[in-house]
Ligand binder design. Structure first.
Ligand code: B16
Ligand code: MG
Length: 223
């Protein structure tokens, strides 16, 4: 029988590790400079969204304008603050049991790629000790337009030469699940947020106890 899952694409932040709180504290610190308090509710909308698109949203929410030069300087500073915290990550910051699932993919010769919107993805992967696990790493440096545009995932599927309708995207963000659906992928949402869960094909709360069979059966039963 032909396998339902022929390849996988993993988002990084929120799926293999968790740095959303570090993005949040850095954006909050920046916005505080012009007196805007970035709330946790608004911050939720930044999940999976590129650095540039995130800044544009924060500026819009706070009715502030900035030149391209000022925006570049703001993003640079925010990123420095974020990287100071990323530097403290260790392999213990991999989400629990994620590696067990990667091991199972390896045992079954199922190819997998990273599909992260972050320009810092390679730095983060190295900090959490996952660089060697990924043959294909696609990140925010590989595309002009970020999620919810599906281009990043499409590039990852092209690199693996996989059929998109048999390639699973694991994503924690609504923008990422939208990108996966637009690209014709199997979309598995991950984590605690409700929005991605509402539109995905199947949902996982954590990696604990997750096997290929869990995901295949979930995708078959729920669809
Ligand atoms: P950077 P992912 C995304 O990573 C984050 O979810 C999102 O919050 C962040 O704004 C985006 O990366 C860009 O990050 O500033 O490091 O380029 O979830 O796609 O792995
Ligand atoms: Mg994510």
């Amino acid at each position: 029988m032909e396998k339902l899952i022929q390849a996988c694409i993993f988002d990084l932040d929120g799926v293999l590790t968790e740095t959303a709180h570090l993005h949040y504290s850095s954006w909050k610190r920046l916005a505080a400079e012009w007196g805007f308090d970035l709330s946790p509710e608004l911050n939720k909308q930044l999940k999976g969204v590129s650095r540039k698109a995130s800044l544009d949203l924060i500026l819009k929410w706070s009715d502030k304008t900035a030149t391209d030069e000022e925006k570049a300087e703001m993003m640079e500073r925010k990123n420095q603050w974020y990287l100071e915290e990323v530097d403290k990550l260790t392999p213990n910051d991999c989400l629990p049991y994620a590696i067990d699932f990667l091991d199972e993919l390896d045992r079954n010769n199922i190819p997998y790629a990273l599909g992260s919107g972050s320009k810092n993805a390679k730095t983060i992967l190295a900090k959490i000790g996952l660089t060697q696990r990924f043959k294909w790493i696609l990140d925010g440096n590989d595309v002009q337009i970020g999620k919810p545009n599906p281009k990043l995932f499409i590039k990852a599927a092209e690199a693996m030469n996989s059929d998109r309708s048999k390639t699973v995207v694991f994503e924690d963000a609504e923008a990422g699940i939208s990108a996966a659906l637009k690209g014709g992928f199997l979309a598995v949402s991950f984590g605690r947020d409700e929005e991605p869960k509402r539109i995905s094909h199947f949902h996982l709360n954590s990696w604990e106890g997750v096997s290929l069979e869990t995901v295949e059966l979930g995708l078959l039963i729920e669809n």
